[in-house]
Design a protein around this ligand. Structure first.
Ligand SMILES: Nc1ncnc2c1ncn2[C@@H]1O[C@H](COP(=O)(O)OP(=O)(O)OP(=O)(O)O)[C@@H](O)[C@H]1O
Length: 261
């Protein structure tokens, strides 16, 4: 289990996170939600040990992440940042092969099994056959899918993803979310994902951590946390929750919508 204990974080002079004690249960999909600027990306970066907390700590199976070696951490956790960059000349195949670094080191050779993992990751995001294409020459959504493949190919027990489906068309939003859901359900992986779409969080996530202004407003099972009063408090909007085919769906209230015939 990954958790933070009374974590606070300052960037420049601003306190970005304050007193955050969040739990990310093993073998579950936790969606990290909250308004723009509420601190979701900063919290993910603290979890990865990229940003050092001012006070408090991040614990992985009760051990402080701060004391762990980067390589050991890379075998346990993979991370997809919100903005991804790679050298201009890098191909899709080379990008995905970077996934082996945590296991083999930068100059280790790639085994047959790993090649199969890379191929499967590319197939999942619909980029099989694009290995020789330059990442810089792909569309925004295709590029995002290449980076998702790189993270999937790392095959770590824990995956942290920052808004991975934002630029994707619906087919690949669902393909990526279906896949990560099955990694959690069928393969026991632990997933922490920043998601803006509350309906995707309700459809795919087990748990939710809702941030507001750098603090945890609520956490727990998605359907319990995401009710209309909490969404109003967290996002400053009026919504209504409806049950459709046994699922909770969040709809805008008061917004002008198309009249039904
Ligand atoms: N390097 C930095 N220096 C100073 N402030 C920063 C820095 N990076 C982020 N911030 C501030 O920290 C706050 C939280 O940013 P963060 O990116 O974690 O929020 P977020 O919830 O992920 O937002 P979004 O939904 O817009 O992606 C924002 O007010 C942002 O301006």
């Amino acid at each position: 289990m990954l958790r933070t204990e009374t974590l606070s974080c300052r960037l420049g002079r601003s306190l970005i996170l304050g007193d955050v004690s969040a739990r990310f249960a093993a073998g579950r999909f936790t969606a990290l939600v909250g308004a723009n600027g509420s601190g979701k990306s900063t919290l993910l970066r603290c979890l990865m040990g990229i940003v050092a907390p001012e006070t408090g700590q991040v614990l992985l199976d009760d051990r402080p992440v701060a004391g762990m070696r980067r390589r050991a951490l890379a075998r346990r956790m993979s991370y997809l940042p919100q903005a991804n960059v790679c050298p201009d000349h890098m191909t899709v195949g080379e990008l995905v092969e970077l996934a082996g670094f945590g296991r083999t080191g930068l100059f280790g050779s790639v085994s047959g099994a790993e090649r199969e993992t890379f191929r499967h990751a590319l197939q999942t995001v619909g980029l099989e056959g694009a290995e020789r294409q330059r990442v810089s020459q792909l569309s925004g959504g295709q590029r995002q899918r290449a980076f998702i493949a790189m993270v999937l190919a790392q095959d770590t027990p824990l995956l942290l993803m920052d808004e991975p489906v934002n630029h994707l068309d619906l087919r690949y939003q669902y393909a990526v979310l279906d896949l990560v859901r099955s990694l959690v359900t069928d393969h026991g992986k632990t997933l922490i994902m920043v998601l803006h779409d509350l309906n995707l969080a309700l459809a795919y996530a087990d748990d939710v951590v809702l941030l507001k202004e750098g603090r945890v407003l609520a956490q727990g099972q998605a359907r319990e946390v995401l009710d209309a009063p909490r969404v109003a408090e967290g996002f400053g909007i009026e919504t209504r929750m409806r049950e459709i085919e046994g699922r909770t769906v969040c709809l805008p209230r008061g917004a002008r919508m198309v009249d039904l015939p």
